[in-house]
Ligand binder design. Structure first.
Ligand code: G3P
Length: 278
């Protein structure tokens, strides 16, 4: 499974690239807003083009998703083409992110403009990452339209299930793959009982139907979800910086390090020219 960083913060991107295990970056309007507000709070002026250009240069050879912001076919196509034309020449790594359904109506009016945009951009060989996926059928449709990545939102479907049951929870709280029992009934959204199950179903369908699009698990909230989406068949997980930074940690790892460090004999340290702080 590939590890992407879910961030538009150039400092977080630099730090994560330095780990040597980063495969790509995903941004969205909220992440860009967060990153820009941070820079502005330090008194820095931001030039959109050069900020994004710097990210793309840093990530050469790794896909970077940039999202369209309109909600109608014509403007989303225009924006997708603009993003690609303006930025892909910098490092040839732009993916245009398109919502599966751009409708703002919470009653979920059906709107196929997202799908039409994916088809149009994909036919023009512009790689598309289809975002805001909450059902396997949305994923299948986006893949059929040509999306190279489909992005199911793992954490947000878990939020939705808990919200509909009026449960109290924190953003990083663990939510089990097998779902949550409310009395005798398991919470579900049209058969989906958790974000991880959503990934698993999409993965099974894509295998059975021989779909080539990659499954990019988004809205990851904790390190355990990384393991679970990997087991469920995600090709990519896009991980926020504060979760990425915790992947290597375990109490027993630190305890083991303490003991090994304490036990180093002077001959060992001398041979390596190392000064040990115990
Ligand atoms: O990649 C999608 C992601 O940015 C959404 O994450 O935690 O706001 O649901 P979250």
């Amino acid at each position: 499974m590939k590890f992407f960083l879910d961030s538009a913060d150039i400092n977080e991107i630099k730090k994560t690239l330095d780990y040597g295990v980063l495969d790509g970056v995903t941004t969205n309007p909220s992440l860009i807003r967060e990153a820009f507000e941070k820079e502005k709070s330090k008194g820095k002026n931001i030039n959109f083009d050069s900020y994004i250009g710097d990210i793309l240069k840093l990530c050469k050879g790794k896909p970077v998703s940039l999202e369209v912001i309109s909600r109608d076919y014509k403007n989303m196509v225009r924006e997708g083409e603009t993003l690609y034309k303006k930025f892909n020449k910098i490092a040839k790594n732009v993916f245009v992110k398109v919502p599966v359904n751009p409708c703002l109506d919470l009653k979920c009016s059906s709107n196929m403009d997202g799908i039409k945009v994916i088809k149009k951009l994909s036919d023009k060989k512009i790689p598309v990452n289809c975002t805001l996926i909450f059902t396997p059928e949305q994923a299948l449709l986006a893949a059929k339209a040509g999306a190279r990545f489909v992005s199911p939102f793992v954490g947000r479907i878990d939020d939705y299930l808990r919200e509909t049951a009026h449960m109290k929870f924190e953003k990083r709280d663990y939510f089990p793959e097998e779902g949550w029992k409310n009395g005798k009934k398991t919470l579900e959204d049209n058969g989906i009982v958790s974000g991880v199950m959503l990934i698993k179903e999409i993965s099974e369908i894509f295998k059975k139907q021989k779909v080539q699009s990659e499954i990019l698990a988004a809205s990851i909230r904790n390190t355990r979800q990384i393991r679970e989406v990997a087991l469920a068949g995600a090709d990519i997980a896009t991980i926020p910086f504060n979760v990425f930074d915790k992947i290597a940690s375990h109490l027993k790892t630190a305890e083991g390090m303490k003991k090994f460090t304490k036990d180093i004999v002077p001959e060992y340290a001398r041979m390596l020219g190392t000064k040990i702080e115990k």
